[in-house]
Design a protein around this ligand. Structure first.
Ligand SMILES: C[S@@+](CC[C@H](N)C(=O)[O-])C[C@H]1O[C@@H](n2cnc3c(N)ncnc32)[C@H](O)[C@@H]1O
Length: 249
């Protein structure tokens, strides 16, 4: 791993929550180091990924239906002096092809969005449509296995069994999440929409298991173990989130 893999775009230390995702995004950007890439962040919200990517010099379009999120994005972009490289579009993924030109994006982010949309496969199909040939889709989703373990470790054994078999990985009526994924389901959906899966990583393998005070004080050593475990079974498979990079032919 290069020192750059341990730094966020602004040069600050990476957080254990996002280090694995950034390491993949950095590698993707490094395929064309001199180019200003065209990036679309669907459900990009307040710009947690979009603003750092714009700070790296790329042109980022954020599509999100929430006016509040887009107002925060606008403030963050101005504070970071990247407003000229962020294009905010208020809209729904269902109309993505009316908002972003087909075959135009080098990189599409779909982070923590498939859990909340009406039709995850349609969202992936539309995301694939706006990618240009050779472009990549970065997908981050909640992992069913983490919810099963979390409920069981909390002593909620019936919930754990329900999350294991529920089609959407939900543990019951009190579950605040709409949907969780297994890596097999996600990979199948991506292949169904015509994308080739390049990698599947686990995000937050241990960061959410250790006590908060331990995690807060761990700094780079926790980032290091997250990066080391991300691609390695069985650790990857119990992470809180799954991150997949898939490419358009
Ligand atoms: C959990 S946040 C994730 C934000 C960002 N992608 C991230 O990873 O930090 C989910 C975002 O998806 C947006 N969203 C919800 N439904 C959507 C839809 N149908 N189309 C596009 N965005 C949607 C929400 O407004 C919210 O900003």
């Amino acid at each position: 791993m290069s020192p750059d893999d341990r730094a966020a775009p602004g040069g600050e230390a990476l957080s254990a929550r996002t280090a694995v995702v950034w390491s993949v995004l950095h590698a993707e950007l490094a395929r064309r180091p001199q180019a200003q890439l065209s990036i679309v962040d669907i459900g990009g919200g307040t710009g947690g990924f979009a603003v750092p990517l714009a700070q790296l010099g790329h042109a980022v379009t954020v599509v999100d239906p929430s006016p509040d999120a887009l107002a925060t994005l606008d403030r963050r972009a101005r504070t970071s002096q990247v407003s000229d490289r962020i294009h905010a579009v208020q809209g729904d993924t269902d109309t993505l092809v009316d908002l972003v030109a087909a075959d135009s994006a080098d990189l599409v982010l779909c982070h923590s969005l498939l859990e909340v949309v009406d039709d995850p496969e349609l969202t992936l199909r539309l995301a694939a449509a706006v990618l240009r040939g050779g472009g990549a889709l970065s997908v981050l989703v909640a992992n069913r296995a983490a919810a099963v373990l979390s409920r069981a470790l909390g002593g909620h054994f019936a919930d754990a069994e329900r999350a294991l078999v529920d089609p959407d990985g939900r543990w019951g009526d009190g579950d605040g999440s709409t949907r969780r994924f297994d890596s097999a389901r996600l990979v199948t959906m991506l292949e169904t929409v015509g994308l080739a899966v390049q990698l599947v990583h686990g995000v937050r393998v241990v960061a959410d298991l250790v006590p908060g005070a331990v995690a807060d004080g761990a700094g780079e050593s926790l980032v290091g173990v997250e990066l080391a475990l991300a691609a390695v079974a069985p650790y990857r498979d119990i992470a809180t989130q799954l991150h997949v990079l898939a490419r358009k032919a």
